[in-house]
Design a protein around this ligand. Structure first.
Ligand SMILES: C[S@@+](CC[C@H](N)C(=O)[O-])C[C@H]1O[C@@H](n2cnc3c(N)ncnc32)[C@H](O)[C@@H]1O
Length: 252
Protein backbone atom coordinates (compact mmCIF):
# COMPACT_ATOMS: atom_id res chain seq x y z
CA UNK A 1 0.00 0.00 0.00
CA UNK A 2 2.84 2.41 0.85
CA UNK A 3 4.58 1.56 -2.43
CA UNK A 4 1.32 2.15 -4.31
CA UNK A 5 1.14 5.52 -2.56
CA UNK A 6 4.69 6.70 -3.26
CA UNK A 7 4.58 5.49 -6.88
CA UNK A 8 0.98 6.67 -7.33
CA UNK A 9 0.25 3.38 -9.16
CA UNK A 10 -2.37 0.70 -8.53
CA UNK A 11 -1.53 -2.75 -7.14
CA UNK A 12 -1.94 -4.38 -10.59
CA UNK A 13 0.77 -2.09 -12.00
CA UNK A 14 3.11 -3.03 -9.15
CA UNK A 15 2.58 -6.74 -9.82
CA UNK A 16 3.32 -6.27 -13.52
CA UNK A 17 6.49 -4.24 -12.75
CA UNK A 18 7.79 -6.08 -9.70
CA UNK A 19 11.38 -6.24 -10.96
CA UNK A 20 11.60 -2.55 -12.04
CA UNK A 21 14.26 -0.68 -10.02
CA UNK A 22 13.11 2.17 -7.77
CA UNK A 23 14.63 5.63 -8.18
CA UNK A 24 16.66 6.79 -5.14
CA UNK A 25 13.96 9.44 -4.36
CA UNK A 26 11.11 6.91 -4.38
CA UNK A 27 13.17 4.48 -2.39
CA UNK A 28 13.97 7.14 0.27
CA UNK A 29 10.31 8.24 0.43
CA UNK A 30 9.19 4.64 0.86
CA UNK A 31 11.75 3.92 3.60
CA UNK A 32 10.71 7.05 5.54
CA UNK A 33 7.04 6.07 5.45
CA UNK A 34 7.83 2.44 6.34
CA UNK A 35 9.82 3.66 9.38
CA UNK A 36 6.87 5.84 10.48
CA UNK A 37 4.53 2.86 10.05
CA UNK A 38 6.83 0.73 12.20
CA UNK A 39 6.55 3.43 14.90
CA UNK A 40 2.78 2.96 14.79
CA UNK A 41 1.65 5.94 12.66
CA UNK A 42 -1.69 4.77 11.21
CA UNK A 43 -1.68 3.77 7.55
CA UNK A 44 -4.59 6.18 6.94
CA UNK A 45 -2.41 9.09 8.13
CA UNK A 46 0.51 8.04 5.94
CA UNK A 47 -1.53 7.74 2.75
CA UNK A 48 -4.12 10.39 3.74
CA UNK A 49 -7.33 8.47 3.14
CA UNK A 50 -9.55 5.57 4.26
CA UNK A 51 -12.40 3.88 2.43
CA UNK A 52 -15.91 3.90 3.94
CA UNK A 53 -19.14 2.66 2.33
CA UNK A 54 -17.22 2.28 -0.95
CA UNK A 55 -16.04 5.92 -1.01
CA UNK A 56 -12.57 7.34 -0.41
CA UNK A 57 -12.45 9.87 2.44
CA UNK A 58 -9.58 12.23 3.24
CA UNK A 59 -8.31 11.61 6.77
CA UNK A 60 -5.78 13.50 8.87
CA UNK A 61 -4.83 13.86 12.53
CA UNK A 62 -7.84 16.18 13.16
CA UNK A 63 -10.42 13.41 12.65
CA UNK A 64 -11.25 9.89 13.76
CA UNK A 65 -10.10 7.31 11.23
CA UNK A 66 -13.31 5.78 9.78
CA UNK A 67 -14.14 2.39 11.32
CA UNK A 68 -15.92 -0.36 9.38
CA UNK A 69 -18.46 -0.84 12.21
CA UNK A 70 -19.76 2.70 11.63
CA UNK A 71 -21.22 1.48 8.30
CA UNK A 72 -23.92 -0.15 10.47
CA UNK A 73 -25.00 3.30 11.71
CA UNK A 74 -25.44 4.46 8.10
CA UNK A 75 -27.32 1.29 7.12
CA UNK A 76 -29.71 1.54 10.09
CA UNK A 77 -30.35 5.24 9.38
CA UNK A 78 -31.12 4.44 5.74
CA UNK A 79 -33.78 1.94 6.85
CA UNK A 80 -35.38 4.68 9.01
CA UNK A 81 -35.33 7.03 6.01
CA UNK A 82 -36.99 4.57 3.63
CA UNK A 83 -40.41 5.82 2.57
CA UNK A 84 -39.71 9.43 3.64
CA UNK A 85 -39.42 11.99 0.90
CA UNK A 86 -36.86 14.84 1.29
CA UNK A 87 -36.19 13.90 4.94
CA UNK A 88 -34.15 16.14 7.26
CA UNK A 89 -31.19 14.31 8.76
CA UNK A 90 -28.70 15.39 11.42
CA UNK A 91 -25.25 13.82 12.00
CA UNK A 92 -23.74 15.01 15.29
CA UNK A 93 -19.96 14.86 15.74
CA UNK A 94 -19.40 14.31 12.03
CA UNK A 95 -15.57 14.16 12.09
CA UNK A 96 -14.39 13.48 8.54
CA UNK A 97 -18.05 13.56 7.47
CA UNK A 98 -18.30 9.86 6.61
CA UNK A 99 -21.80 9.34 8.01
CA UNK A 100 -23.34 12.58 6.73
CA UNK A 101 -21.75 12.23 3.29
CA UNK A 102 -22.59 8.53 2.90
CA UNK A 103 -26.22 9.35 3.74
CA UNK A 104 -26.21 12.28 1.32
CA UNK A 105 -24.85 10.07 -1.47
CA UNK A 106 -27.31 7.25 -0.77
CA UNK A 107 -30.25 9.64 -0.40
CA UNK A 108 -29.65 12.67 -2.64
CA UNK A 109 -33.16 13.96 -1.81
CA UNK A 110 -32.32 14.18 1.93
CA UNK A 111 -31.50 17.51 3.57
CA UNK A 112 -28.38 16.71 5.56
CA UNK A 113 -27.01 18.75 8.45
CA UNK A 114 -23.78 17.86 10.24
CA UNK A 115 -22.06 19.31 13.30
CA UNK A 116 -18.77 19.04 15.10
CA UNK A 117 -17.09 20.92 17.91
CA UNK A 118 -13.83 20.84 15.97
CA UNK A 119 -13.29 23.43 13.23
CA UNK A 120 -10.41 21.37 11.81
CA UNK A 121 -12.64 18.29 11.55
CA UNK A 122 -15.37 20.28 9.80
CA UNK A 123 -12.81 21.53 7.27
CA UNK A 124 -11.91 17.91 6.45
CA UNK A 125 -15.61 16.98 6.22
CA UNK A 126 -16.32 19.87 3.85
CA UNK A 127 -13.40 18.91 1.60
CA UNK A 128 -14.69 15.32 1.54
CA UNK A 129 -18.19 16.51 0.64
CA UNK A 130 -16.81 18.62 -2.19
CA UNK A 131 -14.61 15.79 -3.51
CA UNK A 132 -17.56 13.38 -3.49
CA UNK A 133 -20.15 15.92 -4.72
CA UNK A 134 -22.32 15.52 -1.61
CA UNK A 135 -24.50 18.31 -0.29
CA UNK A 136 -24.84 19.10 3.42
CA UNK A 137 -24.99 22.01 5.85
CA UNK A 138 -22.15 22.19 8.36
CA UNK A 139 -22.33 23.78 11.81
CA UNK A 140 -19.60 24.14 14.38
CA UNK A 141 -20.33 23.92 18.14
CA UNK A 142 -20.97 21.61 21.03
CA UNK A 143 -23.79 19.13 20.34
CA UNK A 144 -27.18 20.91 20.04
CA UNK A 145 -25.66 24.36 20.67
CA UNK A 146 -24.29 24.20 17.13
CA UNK A 147 -27.74 24.19 15.54
CA UNK A 148 -29.96 27.05 14.42
CA UNK A 149 -32.95 27.35 16.79
CA UNK A 150 -35.63 26.28 14.34
CA UNK A 151 -33.95 23.11 13.01
CA UNK A 152 -35.92 19.84 13.34
CA UNK A 153 -35.14 16.42 11.92
CA UNK A 154 -36.67 13.11 10.84
CA UNK A 155 -33.56 11.18 11.80
CA UNK A 156 -30.63 12.06 14.08
CA UNK A 157 -27.49 9.91 14.03
CA UNK A 158 -24.28 10.14 16.00
CA UNK A 159 -21.09 8.25 16.63
CA UNK A 160 -19.97 10.32 19.64
CA UNK A 161 -16.82 9.83 21.74
CA UNK A 162 -17.76 6.88 23.94
CA UNK A 163 -14.52 5.47 25.35
CA UNK A 164 -14.09 5.98 29.11
CA UNK A 165 -11.21 8.31 30.04
CA UNK A 166 -9.45 5.56 32.02
CA UNK A 167 -9.65 2.92 29.24
CA UNK A 168 -6.17 1.56 28.42
CA UNK A 169 -7.10 1.23 24.74
CA UNK A 170 -6.56 5.00 24.44
CA UNK A 171 -2.84 4.34 24.85
CA UNK A 172 -2.69 1.62 22.18
CA UNK A 173 -2.54 1.26 18.38
CA UNK A 174 -4.04 3.89 16.06
CA UNK A 175 -5.88 5.54 18.98
CA UNK A 176 -2.61 7.14 20.15
CA UNK A 177 -2.59 9.22 16.95
CA UNK A 178 -6.26 10.24 16.85
CA UNK A 179 -7.78 13.38 18.44
CA UNK A 180 -8.59 12.64 22.07
CA UNK A 181 -11.92 14.52 21.88
CA UNK A 182 -13.01 12.17 19.08
CA UNK A 183 -12.38 9.13 21.27
CA UNK A 184 -13.32 9.89 24.86
CA UNK A 185 -15.81 12.13 26.65
CA UNK A 186 -13.19 12.55 29.40
CA UNK A 187 -15.58 10.78 31.81
CA UNK A 188 -17.21 7.34 31.95
CA UNK A 189 -17.86 7.05 28.20
CA UNK A 190 -21.60 7.69 28.51
CA UNK A 191 -21.75 11.45 29.03
CA UNK A 192 -21.82 12.51 25.35
CA UNK A 193 -24.36 9.77 24.58
CA UNK A 194 -26.48 11.10 27.45
CA UNK A 195 -26.33 14.74 26.28
CA UNK A 196 -27.42 13.69 22.79
CA UNK A 197 -30.25 11.48 24.08
CA UNK A 198 -31.51 14.19 26.44
CA UNK A 199 -31.52 16.86 23.73
CA UNK A 200 -32.70 14.86 20.73
CA UNK A 201 -36.43 14.76 21.57
CA UNK A 202 -36.84 18.52 21.12
CA UNK A 203 -35.09 18.31 17.71
CA UNK A 204 -37.02 15.36 16.29
CA UNK A 205 -40.37 15.47 14.53
CA UNK A 206 -43.02 13.15 15.95
CA UNK A 207 -42.20 9.64 14.70
CA UNK A 208 -38.57 10.64 14.07
CA UNK A 209 -35.73 8.41 15.20
CA UNK A 210 -32.38 8.68 16.94
CA UNK A 211 -29.57 6.18 16.26
CA UNK A 212 -26.34 6.06 18.24
CA UNK A 213 -23.14 4.10 17.81
CA UNK A 214 -21.69 2.99 21.16
CA UNK A 215 -19.18 0.63 22.77
CA UNK A 216 -19.80 -3.12 22.72
CA UNK A 217 -20.68 -3.03 26.44
CA UNK A 218 -22.87 0.10 26.43
CA UNK A 219 -26.07 -1.14 24.73
CA UNK A 220 -27.96 -1.68 27.96
CA UNK A 221 -27.04 1.74 29.40
CA UNK A 222 -27.92 3.49 26.13
CA UNK A 223 -31.25 1.61 25.89
CA UNK A 224 -32.09 2.66 29.45
CA UNK A 225 -31.22 6.30 28.75
CA UNK A 226 -33.42 6.27 25.62
CA UNK A 227 -36.37 4.76 27.50
CA UNK A 228 -35.92 7.16 30.45
CA UNK A 229 -35.96 10.10 28.04
CA UNK A 230 -39.22 9.08 26.37
CA UNK A 231 -38.07 7.12 23.31
CA UNK A 232 -40.22 4.17 22.17
CA UNK A 233 -39.41 1.01 20.18
CA UNK A 234 -35.84 1.02 21.53
CA UNK A 235 -33.70 -1.47 19.58
CA UNK A 236 -30.04 -2.51 19.35
CA UNK A 237 -28.30 -3.74 16.17
CA UNK A 238 -25.18 -5.89 16.14
CA UNK A 239 -22.13 -5.25 13.94
CA UNK A 240 -20.30 -7.74 11.70
CA UNK A 241 -18.40 -9.04 14.74
CA UNK A 242 -21.81 -9.75 16.33
CA UNK A 243 -21.27 -7.03 18.96
CA UNK A 244 -24.12 -4.73 20.02
CA UNK A 245 -23.04 -1.51 18.31
CA UNK A 246 -25.96 0.75 17.34
CA UNK A 247 -28.97 1.52 19.54
CA UNK A 248 -31.87 3.85 18.87
CA UNK A 249 -35.51 4.56 19.31
CA UNK A 250 -38.49 6.49 17.99
CA UNK A 251 -39.67 9.85 19.30
CA UNK A 252 -43.41 9.34 19.44
C1 LIG B 1 -16.06 9.08 17.46
S1 LIG B 1 -15.77 10.55 16.52
C2 LIG B 1 -16.87 10.22 15.16
C3 LIG B 1 -16.49 10.91 13.88
C4 LIG B 1 -17.30 10.44 12.67
N1 LIG B 1 -18.71 10.67 12.85
C5 LIG B 1 -17.04 8.97 12.42
O1 LIG B 1 -17.96 8.17 12.67
O2 LIG B 1 -15.94 8.62 11.99
C6 LIG B 1 -16.64 11.74 17.49
C7 LIG B 1 -16.70 13.14 16.92
O3 LIG B 1 -17.42 13.96 17.86
C8 LIG B 1 -16.82 15.21 17.92
N2 LIG B 1 -17.13 15.83 19.22
C9 LIG B 1 -16.53 15.64 20.43
N3 LIG B 1 -17.11 16.41 21.36
C10 LIG B 1 -18.10 17.10 20.74
C11 LIG B 1 -19.06 18.05 21.18
N4 LIG B 1 -19.08 18.46 22.44
N5 LIG B 1 -19.94 18.53 20.28
C12 LIG B 1 -19.89 18.13 18.98
N6 LIG B 1 -19.01 17.23 18.50
C13 LIG B 1 -18.12 16.72 19.37
C14 LIG B 1 -15.34 14.96 17.73
O4 LIG B 1 -14.66 16.12 17.31
C15 LIG B 1 -15.37 13.82 16.70
O5 LIG B 1 -15.29 14.34 15.40
Amino acid sequence: MLLEFVLQKPREWLLAHETDPLTPEISAQFLTLAAQRRQGVPMAHLIGWREFMGHRFEVNAAVLIPRPETELLVEVALVSLAGLSTPAVLDMGTGSGIVAISLALARPDARITATDVSEEALAVAQRNAQALSARAQWWQGSWFEALPQEANFNVIVSNPPYIAANDDHLLQGDLRFEPVQALTDGQDGLSALQVIIQGAGSRLVSGGSLWLEHGYDQAEAVSQLLTLNGFKTVQTHVDLANLPRVTGGVWA
